[in-house]
Design a binder for this molecule. Structure first.
Ligand code: ADP
Length: 270
Protein backbone atom coordinates (compact mmCIF):
# COMPACT_ATOMS: atom_id res chain seq x y z
CA UNK A 1 0.00 0.00 0.00
CA UNK A 2 1.17 3.50 -0.81
CA UNK A 3 -0.10 6.42 1.25
CA UNK A 4 0.31 10.04 0.33
CA UNK A 5 -0.24 12.16 3.43
CA UNK A 6 -0.87 15.86 2.76
CA UNK A 7 1.89 15.91 0.17
CA UNK A 8 2.87 19.34 -1.14
CA UNK A 9 5.64 20.26 -3.52
CA UNK A 10 6.75 23.75 -4.40
CA UNK A 11 9.61 23.80 -6.88
CA UNK A 12 12.47 26.27 -6.61
CA UNK A 13 11.14 29.33 -8.42
CA UNK A 14 7.83 29.04 -6.63
CA UNK A 15 5.65 26.76 -8.77
CA UNK A 16 3.26 24.92 -6.53
CA UNK A 17 3.03 21.59 -8.34
CA UNK A 18 0.96 19.73 -5.77
CA UNK A 19 -0.76 20.96 -2.67
CA UNK A 20 -1.93 18.90 0.29
CA UNK A 21 -2.63 15.72 -1.60
CA UNK A 22 -3.78 12.75 0.44
CA UNK A 23 -4.39 9.49 -1.34
CA UNK A 24 -4.10 5.78 -0.65
CA UNK A 25 -3.09 3.29 -3.32
CA UNK A 26 -4.08 -0.23 -2.25
CA UNK A 27 -1.67 -3.09 -2.84
CA UNK A 28 -1.95 -5.22 -5.97
CA UNK A 29 -4.17 -2.72 -7.75
CA UNK A 30 -3.66 -0.41 -10.69
CA UNK A 31 -4.45 3.16 -9.77
CA UNK A 32 -4.34 5.68 -12.61
CA UNK A 33 -3.71 9.37 -11.98
CA UNK A 34 -5.28 11.26 -14.83
CA UNK A 35 -5.31 15.00 -15.42
CA UNK A 36 -4.27 17.73 -17.79
CA UNK A 37 -0.66 18.53 -18.42
CA UNK A 38 0.76 20.41 -15.45
CA UNK A 39 -1.76 19.09 -12.92
CA UNK A 40 1.04 17.59 -10.85
CA UNK A 41 0.77 13.92 -11.81
CA UNK A 42 4.48 13.30 -12.42
CA UNK A 43 5.47 15.23 -9.34
CA UNK A 44 3.18 13.12 -7.21
CA UNK A 45 4.41 9.90 -8.78
CA UNK A 46 8.04 10.82 -8.24
CA UNK A 47 7.56 11.43 -4.53
CA UNK A 48 7.14 7.66 -4.22
CA UNK A 49 10.67 6.83 -5.36
CA UNK A 50 12.11 10.10 -4.07
CA UNK A 51 13.00 11.52 -7.44
CA UNK A 52 11.09 14.42 -5.93
CA UNK A 53 11.17 15.26 -2.22
CA UNK A 54 7.93 16.80 -0.95
CA UNK A 55 8.13 20.27 0.56
CA UNK A 56 5.77 19.02 3.23
CA UNK A 57 3.77 15.91 3.94
CA UNK A 58 5.00 12.38 3.56
CA UNK A 59 4.72 9.21 1.53
CA UNK A 60 4.50 5.81 3.16
CA UNK A 61 5.00 2.39 1.63
CA UNK A 62 3.42 -0.35 3.71
CA UNK A 63 3.39 2.02 6.63
CA UNK A 64 7.02 3.07 6.35
CA UNK A 65 8.11 6.59 5.42
CA UNK A 66 10.04 6.44 2.13
CA UNK A 67 12.57 8.81 3.68
CA UNK A 68 13.52 6.32 6.35
CA UNK A 69 16.02 4.48 4.16
CA UNK A 70 18.59 4.99 1.43
CA UNK A 71 17.10 6.65 -1.70
CA UNK A 72 19.18 4.59 -4.10
CA UNK A 73 18.05 1.33 -2.53
CA UNK A 74 14.49 2.62 -2.62
CA UNK A 75 14.71 3.43 -6.33
CA UNK A 76 16.14 0.05 -7.14
CA UNK A 77 13.31 -1.63 -5.29
CA UNK A 78 10.61 0.15 -7.28
CA UNK A 79 9.98 -0.32 -11.00
CA UNK A 80 9.87 2.94 -12.94
CA UNK A 81 8.81 3.28 -16.57
CA UNK A 82 8.96 6.59 -18.39
CA UNK A 83 7.67 7.88 -21.68
CA UNK A 84 11.13 7.75 -23.18
CA UNK A 85 12.34 4.43 -21.88
CA UNK A 86 15.67 5.75 -20.66
CA UNK A 87 17.42 2.64 -21.97
CA UNK A 88 21.20 2.68 -21.99
CA UNK A 89 22.08 3.08 -25.70
CA UNK A 90 25.40 1.22 -25.59
CA UNK A 91 24.08 -1.86 -23.88
CA UNK A 92 22.13 -4.67 -25.45
CA UNK A 93 18.49 -5.16 -24.57
CA UNK A 94 19.33 -8.08 -22.29
CA UNK A 95 21.98 -6.11 -20.43
CA UNK A 96 19.60 -3.19 -20.09
CA UNK A 97 17.03 -5.44 -18.46
CA UNK A 98 19.62 -7.08 -16.23
CA UNK A 99 21.21 -3.80 -15.06
CA UNK A 100 19.57 -3.42 -11.66
CA UNK A 101 19.72 -7.10 -10.64
CA UNK A 102 23.46 -7.14 -11.48
CA UNK A 103 23.97 -3.92 -9.52
CA UNK A 104 22.26 -5.44 -6.54
CA UNK A 105 24.35 -8.59 -6.57
CA UNK A 106 22.61 -11.14 -8.79
CA UNK A 107 25.27 -13.11 -10.71
CA UNK A 108 25.36 -11.85 -14.30
CA UNK A 109 24.50 -15.19 -15.85
CA UNK A 110 21.48 -15.67 -13.65
CA UNK A 111 20.36 -12.07 -14.27
CA UNK A 112 20.61 -12.63 -18.02
CA UNK A 113 18.58 -15.82 -17.89
CA UNK A 114 15.92 -14.01 -15.90
CA UNK A 115 16.06 -11.14 -18.39
CA UNK A 116 15.39 -13.54 -21.27
CA UNK A 117 12.29 -14.78 -19.48
CA UNK A 118 11.12 -11.22 -18.93
CA UNK A 119 11.64 -10.45 -22.59
CA UNK A 120 9.22 -13.20 -23.43
CA UNK A 121 6.79 -12.02 -20.75
CA UNK A 122 6.52 -8.62 -22.38
CA UNK A 123 6.00 -10.20 -25.79
CA UNK A 124 9.40 -9.85 -27.43
CA UNK A 125 11.27 -12.59 -29.28
CA UNK A 126 14.47 -13.87 -27.64
CA UNK A 127 16.54 -12.62 -30.60
CA UNK A 128 15.65 -9.06 -29.64
CA UNK A 129 17.81 -9.48 -26.57
CA UNK A 130 20.99 -9.09 -28.58
CA UNK A 131 19.91 -5.85 -30.20
CA UNK A 132 20.70 -2.35 -29.05
CA UNK A 133 17.85 0.01 -28.14
CA UNK A 134 18.25 2.06 -31.33
CA UNK A 135 17.54 -1.10 -33.34
CA UNK A 136 14.05 -1.38 -31.85
CA UNK A 137 10.78 0.39 -32.66
CA UNK A 138 9.33 2.81 -30.14
CA UNK A 139 6.80 0.24 -29.00
CA UNK A 140 9.46 -2.43 -28.59
CA UNK A 141 11.60 -0.04 -26.58
CA UNK A 142 8.69 0.57 -24.24
CA UNK A 143 8.26 -3.17 -23.79
CA UNK A 144 11.93 -3.39 -22.85
CA UNK A 145 11.34 -0.50 -20.44
CA UNK A 146 8.57 -2.51 -18.78
CA UNK A 147 10.76 -5.65 -18.65
CA UNK A 148 13.57 -3.65 -17.09
CA UNK A 149 11.24 -2.19 -14.48
CA UNK A 150 10.10 -5.71 -13.60
CA UNK A 151 13.61 -7.17 -13.42
CA UNK A 152 14.12 -6.67 -9.70
CA UNK A 153 10.66 -8.15 -9.08
CA UNK A 154 9.42 -4.98 -7.40
CA UNK A 155 6.14 -4.82 -5.53
CA UNK A 156 5.52 -1.36 -6.94
CA UNK A 157 5.57 -0.20 -10.52
CA UNK A 158 5.47 3.53 -11.29
CA UNK A 159 4.52 4.31 -14.87
CA UNK A 160 4.74 7.88 -16.14
CA UNK A 161 2.95 8.22 -19.50
CA UNK A 162 4.85 5.12 -20.64
CA UNK A 163 2.91 4.77 -23.90
CA UNK A 164 2.64 8.47 -24.67
CA UNK A 165 5.15 8.53 -27.49
CA UNK A 166 3.99 5.56 -29.55
CA UNK A 167 1.43 5.46 -32.33
CA UNK A 168 -2.21 4.70 -31.44
CA UNK A 169 -2.24 1.11 -32.67
CA UNK A 170 0.95 0.22 -30.86
CA UNK A 171 -0.33 2.08 -27.87
CA UNK A 172 -3.45 -0.01 -27.76
CA UNK A 173 -1.37 -3.18 -27.97
CA UNK A 174 0.86 -2.05 -25.13
CA UNK A 175 -2.14 -1.18 -23.00
CA UNK A 176 -3.70 -4.58 -23.55
CA UNK A 177 -0.38 -6.23 -22.85
CA UNK A 178 -0.14 -4.38 -19.55
CA UNK A 179 -3.64 -5.51 -18.56
CA UNK A 180 -2.64 -9.10 -19.32
CA UNK A 181 0.67 -8.77 -17.48
CA UNK A 182 -0.98 -7.27 -14.43
CA UNK A 183 -3.54 -10.08 -14.31
CA UNK A 184 -0.56 -12.44 -13.87
CA UNK A 185 1.68 -10.30 -11.68
CA UNK A 186 -0.65 -8.34 -9.39
CA UNK A 187 1.80 -5.51 -8.79
CA UNK A 188 0.86 -2.27 -7.12
CA UNK A 189 0.84 0.05 -10.11
CA UNK A 190 0.59 3.82 -10.12
CA UNK A 191 0.08 4.90 -13.72
CA UNK A 192 0.09 8.49 -14.91
CA UNK A 193 -1.64 9.64 -18.07
CA UNK A 194 -3.55 12.59 -19.50
CA UNK A 195 -5.66 10.21 -21.59
CA UNK A 196 -8.98 9.35 -19.97
CA UNK A 197 -9.57 6.36 -22.24
CA UNK A 198 -6.23 4.91 -21.21
CA UNK A 199 -7.13 5.58 -17.57
CA UNK A 200 -10.45 3.77 -17.89
CA UNK A 201 -8.88 0.86 -19.70
CA UNK A 202 -6.06 0.27 -17.24
CA UNK A 203 -7.26 1.48 -13.88
CA UNK A 204 -8.91 -0.62 -11.21
CA UNK A 205 -9.33 2.83 -9.77
CA UNK A 206 -8.97 6.20 -11.44
CA UNK A 207 -8.10 9.46 -9.72
CA UNK A 208 -9.04 12.54 -11.72
CA UNK A 209 -6.78 15.46 -10.82
CA UNK A 210 -7.34 19.17 -11.13
CA UNK A 211 -4.54 21.69 -10.93
CA UNK A 212 -2.04 21.27 -8.08
CA UNK A 213 -2.99 17.65 -7.73
CA UNK A 214 -6.36 18.42 -6.23
CA UNK A 215 -8.49 15.33 -6.42
CA UNK A 216 -11.64 15.98 -8.40
CA UNK A 217 -12.91 12.41 -8.16
CA UNK A 218 -11.68 8.97 -7.35
CA UNK A 219 -13.46 5.75 -8.17
CA UNK A 220 -13.69 2.79 -10.47
CA UNK A 221 -14.06 3.68 -14.15
CA UNK A 222 -17.73 2.68 -13.97
CA UNK A 223 -18.33 4.87 -10.91
CA UNK A 224 -16.74 7.89 -12.57
CA UNK A 225 -18.46 7.36 -15.90
CA UNK A 226 -21.77 6.64 -14.22
CA UNK A 227 -21.71 9.52 -11.76
CA UNK A 228 -19.17 12.25 -12.56
CA UNK A 229 -18.67 14.28 -9.37
CA UNK A 230 -19.05 17.69 -11.03
CA UNK A 231 -18.81 19.62 -14.28
CA UNK A 232 -15.04 19.49 -14.24
CA UNK A 233 -15.04 15.69 -14.24
CA UNK A 234 -17.91 15.58 -16.72
CA UNK A 235 -15.94 17.78 -19.11
CA UNK A 236 -12.76 15.87 -18.55
CA UNK A 237 -14.22 12.45 -19.30
CA UNK A 238 -16.12 13.85 -22.21
CA UNK A 239 -19.42 12.51 -20.91
CA UNK A 240 -21.18 15.06 -23.07
CA UNK A 241 -19.14 14.22 -26.12
CA UNK A 242 -21.02 12.59 -28.91
CA UNK A 243 -18.75 9.58 -28.99
CA UNK A 244 -19.79 8.53 -25.49
CA UNK A 245 -23.49 8.62 -26.28
CA UNK A 246 -23.60 5.03 -27.34
CA UNK A 247 -26.67 3.35 -28.66
CA UNK A 248 -27.35 0.11 -30.43
CA UNK A 249 -28.73 -0.93 -33.77
CA UNK A 250 -29.52 -4.39 -35.04
CA UNK A 251 -28.05 -5.61 -38.30
CA UNK A 252 -28.81 -9.13 -39.51
CA UNK A 253 -29.68 -10.23 -35.99
CA UNK A 254 -26.46 -8.89 -34.46
CA UNK A 255 -26.47 -5.94 -32.07
CA UNK A 256 -24.03 -3.22 -33.08
CA UNK A 257 -22.99 -0.45 -30.70
CA UNK A 258 -22.76 2.94 -32.41
CA UNK A 259 -21.48 6.24 -31.12
CA UNK A 260 -23.30 9.56 -31.16
CA UNK A 261 -22.25 10.22 -34.73
CA UNK A 262 -23.61 6.87 -35.88
CA UNK A 263 -20.21 5.27 -36.29
CA UNK A 264 -20.07 1.59 -35.31
CA UNK A 265 -17.74 0.93 -32.40
CA UNK A 266 -18.27 -2.78 -31.93
CA UNK A 267 -20.57 -5.75 -31.86
CA UNK A 268 -22.20 -6.71 -28.56
CA UNK A 269 -21.56 -10.25 -27.43
CA UNK A 270 -24.73 -12.34 -27.68
P1 ADP B 1 1.96 16.69 -14.98
O1 ADP B 1 2.73 15.42 -14.78
O2 ADP B 1 0.53 16.58 -14.55
O3 ADP B 1 2.09 17.25 -16.36
P2 ADP B 1 4.03 17.93 -13.37
O4 ADP B 1 4.06 17.27 -12.05
O5 ADP B 1 5.05 17.54 -14.37
O6 ADP B 1 2.56 17.80 -13.98
O7 ADP B 1 4.15 19.51 -13.18
C1 ADP B 1 3.34 20.23 -12.27
C2 ADP B 1 3.81 21.68 -12.27
O8 ADP B 1 5.12 21.76 -11.71
C3 ADP B 1 3.90 22.32 -13.66
O9 ADP B 1 3.53 23.65 -13.55
C4 ADP B 1 5.36 22.18 -14.00
O10 ADP B 1 5.76 23.21 -14.86
C5 ADP B 1 6.02 22.31 -12.64
N1 ADP B 1 7.29 21.56 -12.58
C6 ADP B 1 7.45 20.24 -12.77
N2 ADP B 1 8.74 19.87 -12.59
C7 ADP B 1 9.41 20.99 -12.26
C8 ADP B 1 10.78 21.27 -11.94
N3 ADP B 1 11.71 20.32 -11.92
N4 ADP B 1 11.09 22.56 -11.67
C9 ADP B 1 10.16 23.54 -11.67
N5 ADP B 1 8.87 23.34 -11.96
C10 ADP B 1 8.48 22.08 -12.25
Amino acid sequence: MIEFESVSKTYPGGTVAVEEVSLTVPSHRTVVLVGSSGSGKSTLLQTVNRMVEPTSGRVLIDGEDVRSGDPVALRRSIGYVLQHGGLLPHRTVIDNIATVPVLTGTPRRQARTAAMELLERVGLAPAMGRRYPAQLSGGQQQRVGVARALASDPNILLMDEPFGAVDPIMRRELQEELVRLQSELHKTIVFVTHDIDEAFLLGDEVVVLRERGRIAQRGTPAEILGAPADDFVRDFIGAERAERKLSTVEVDGRVIAVDGTGRPVGVLAP
